[in-house]
Ligand binder design. Structure first.
Ligand code: BG6
Length: 369
């Protein structure tokens, strides 16, 4: 049921704070992450030497986002792969490899086949899934359920933030077991994670009307670019995917550092570019570099829409639109920065008169390879 909402997607975006909060619930004890479903698996977590994350679509971008924190906190090397590419390259796998699959539906055939393949070759498999009892968790050695609630709109929104949350919980659980992170530092991350739902609510309250307004002005836009760096990079990819999926607009996400190696040739007067700006407090060096990217594209006439931390004055002179997100610790900005991008995709599709819940050619869960 849509409740009073204009679409399931609008309802599900409004549920992003709850999706995060419900995924955390019951998994934090005295400032430490203990995931009851992973009880008895300590030996696996201490024995692994490699983590491979596999997924498709939005779930793959959640994986790419979570990978930074997993590697940082556990000190286990992490790679992320599209599930349908994974098994066609004869990957090196063994019992020291943990394959983490991510799937909202738990039924995506590409992901399921990759999980089975990994299992047959002796890897340990753990799935992150939003659907109780689905096929992928049944085929996996372990599962962490995201508690985002049923997601009806084809384009995934609340499941995305829940997936990143689950990956952070997994990272903190494994880090505790491996002793790779001082307890005080882990507790800081837990506090940051627990503060995310309130901060997402704030983004929804302060930015929704503003974004809907300028997305109406952009209804005739032919192409939109998204730039991000570090954890902001997969968020740029996710912003572009959402726009393709429901607005049928050409959209591409780039790593901001890659701009000068090619994409800058696309910039012409009036080209809208979203830039996810890293926090000036948490990553001063990256922040400076991204601000200089903004200057480069602005000088070529781009229409720059920045997603920046509240109080980031450095971006103001170069931005046509500023979307603010609250201050957050390292790794937690993506959970906030993605929210304006979800609202924007929805606003633009609505402005074009499209059905945001049932985009053409797409299915909620793709059960063929
Ligand atoms: C696609 C959906 O086909 O599958 C995307 O259109 C989704 O929205 C992707 O992200 C993966 O789905 P799931 O259920 O495996 O997370």
């Amino acid at each position: 049921e849509k409740g009073g909402w204009s679409s399931f997607m609008a309802k599900e975006v409004s549920e992003e704070p709850d999706a995060v909060a419900n995924t955390i619930r019951g998994r934090v004890h005295d400032g430490q992450v203990v995931i009851p479903e992973l009880d008895g698996l300590d030996e696996i977590f201490t024995g692994i030497r490699r983590i491979i994350v596999i997924a498709c679509g939005t779930a793959a971008y959640a994986g790419q986002t979570g990978a930074y924190a997993i590697e940082q906190w556990t000190r286990v090397p992490v790679s992320v792969e599209l599930a349908h590419e994974f098994r066609y390259r004869d990957p090196v796998l063994g019992d020291d490899t943990l394959v983490v699959s991510i799937s909202q539906s738990g039924e995506t055939m590409d992901t399921l086949m990759a999980v089975k393949y990994a299992h047959e070759r002796g890897a340990k498999t753990l799935s992150i899934c939003n659907t109780q009892g689905a096929t992928i968790p049944r085929e996996s050695d372990a599962v962490i359920y995201t508690h985002a609630g049923p997601e009806v709109a084809v384009a995934s929104t609340k499941a995305f933030v829940a997936q990143i949350t689950a990956l952070y919980l997994l990272a903190l659980h494994v880090a505790r077991v491996r002793g790779s992170l001082p307890a005080a530092e882990a507790a800081d991350h837990v506090r940051e994670l627990e503060a995310v739902p309130g901060k997402i609510s704030r983004v929804l309250e302060t930015e929704q009307a503003h974004i809907e307004q300028f997305s109406r002005w952009m209804a005739d836009t032919q192409s939109v670019l998204f730039l991000g760096r570090h954890v902001g990079y997969p968020i740029a990819l996710e912003g572009a995917l959402k726009l393709k999926e429901i607005s049928y607009i050409h959209a591409e996400g780039f790593a901001a550092g890659e701009l000068k190696h090619g994409p800058i040739a696309l910039i012409e007067p009036g080209q809208p570019v979203f830039v996810i700006v890293p926090s000036p407090r948490e990553s001063a060096e990256l922040h400076k570099k991204v601000v200089s990217n903004i200057q480069e594209i602005r000088a070529r006439g781009a229409r720059v829409i920045v997603v920046a931390e509240e109080g980031d004055a450095a971006v103001l002179p170069f931005a046509d639109e500023v979307l603010h997100i609250p201050l957050a610790g390292p790794f937690f900005e993506p959970l906030l920065a993605v929210v304006p991008l979800h609202i924007f995709a929805m606003g633009l599709a609505t402005a074009k008169g499209l059905d945001v819940d049932q985009p053409r050619n797409l299915a909620k869960s793709v059960t063929v390879e």
